[in-house]
Design a protein around this ligand. Structure first.
Ligand SMILES: [Fe+2]
Ligand SMILES: [Fe+2]
Length: 386
């Protein structure tokens, strides 16, 4: 890559103060192409959807580098804890493995289970849902904050859980409450070099938003369930890092060394992958079978013969990873299953509005879920009625 920092075109206007010069822009454009090539090296760039996503990724990378050239350090190809790839000496892939059934998830919050049951009960009322939420003060506070944030634009403000349920809608509020309840389960990663909790939730929320938009776009009957499916699809990944960090590191190194996807490397190192573990976790949480199947099959959507929606979650996952919204900032895009894509009946350009919708909502929703930055006050929230 060119290292020159001086503008080389004598006929050009001097750039405004602080803006990159022409040579710098050219260098950033080259860096963006190089990073995009690395990110997409496992994907078939001849596929029209991947070609569209590659171009979206390249242009975003170029934009990121023009605003923050130092971001290159986080985006460059990774090495866990700075170890070289391929490693020397190679990790011991023959170490004793824990069977998948022996990895136990933390218990699911009762409020989540109650809300999922309510979501499947046709006779449940707005008041029933508001009552369930009101028993959990943290959840109630979150939903009021969400209802009063720029995420929704309700005139006049929202000052009760019942009002929030009525205005936002029962299905939507159950999803948001479920997201909040689950986001409290995993707050720490023992190995930030393998997975950062913040990136994990950003990826999960991005997949949830994309899955819902895709479902609406292609006319699926259950966009709300697919939102939750997107949110939970990689739950096995974070549990694996927490319970088997050394094996995860071995899988990570193997993936980079052999140029394969992480889930393929996990299978070789552990005998199972995070998708299988995630399916088992949702099973143990006694969640609906379709949610279990979307988590279990999101990297093998062709095996979803029951129509659980693994195809849609698979595509949502590929879109999120293409845009760099992975569980690590330097994620790789896994191969897109062409059958899953064809089944949606979309043109690549249809992804533009789906990505824009996610861009608009992602940060505020993730921040509110994780209880991080305070959301910007809604511009239209006036004095609340007394
Ligand atoms: Fe995954
Ligand atoms: Fe994922």
């Amino acid at each position: 890559m060119t290292q020159s920092k001086t503008a080389s075109d004598p006929g050009s206007q001097p750039p405004p103060a602080g803006a990159p010069g022409l040579a710098e822009q050219a260098e950033q454009a080259e860096q963006a192409v190089a990073l995009a090539k690395v990110r997409f090296r496992l994907a078939d760039q001849a596929h029209p959807a991947i070609a569209f996503l590659y171009e979206a990724a390249r242009s975003r990378l170029e934009d990121t580098l023009s605003r923050a050239p130092q971001a290159i350090e986080n985006l460059a190809p990774p090495t866990p804890q700075g170890k070289p790839v391929p490693p020397d000496p190679a990790p011991d892939f023959s170490a004793p493995r824990r069977p998948v059934k022996d990895i136990n998830p933390p218990p699911l919050p009762q409020v989540f289970i109650a809300l999922q049951r309510a979501s499947e009960d046709a006779s449940v009322s707005l008041k029933n849902v508001a009552d369930i939420i009101s028993h959990d003060p943290g959840l109630s506070a979150f939903l009021l904050r969400l209802a009063n944030s720029a995420f929704y634009s309700f005139p006049g403000g929202v000052d009760s859980v019942f009002q929030a349920v009525r205005l936002i809608g029962m299905r939507e509020i159950i999803n948001m409450a479920a997201a909040k309840a689950v986001s409290g389960l995993f707050k720490e990663s023992p190995r930030k070099d393998l997975l950062e909790v913040e990136h994990y939730w950003r990826h999960s929320v991005a997949c949830a938003l994309m899955a819902r938009s895709l479902a609406v776009r292609v006319g699926r009957a259950d966009p709300d369930r697919l939102f939750v499916a997107g949110l939970l699809h990689d739950v096995g990944k974070i549990l694996l890092v927490i319970s088997e960090p050394d094996m995860c590191e071995a899988a990570f190194i193997l993936a980079r060394q052999d140029g394969i996807s992480l889930y393929q490397a996990e299978k070789r190192v552990l005998g199972f992958d995070h998708a299988e573990l995630g399916g088992g976790v949702l099973d143990r949480w006694v969640l609906p079978k379709k949610l279990t199947e979307t988590a279990r099959l999101h990297h093998a959507p062709a095996l979803d013969t029951e129509g659980a929606g693994a195809d849609l979650i698979h595509v949502a996952d590929v879109i999120a990873l293409s845009l760099g919204l992975g569980t690590r900032p330097d994620c790789l895009v896994p191969p897109l299953d062409p059958g899953a894509w064809d089944g949606l009946g979309l043109a690549p350009e249809d992804l533009g509005p789906i990505i824009a919708d996610c861009d608009e909502k992602l940060d505020s929703l993730r921040d509110m879920l994780l209880g991080g930055e305070k959301p910007k006050p809604a511009v239209n929230v006036r004095q609340r009625p007394r």
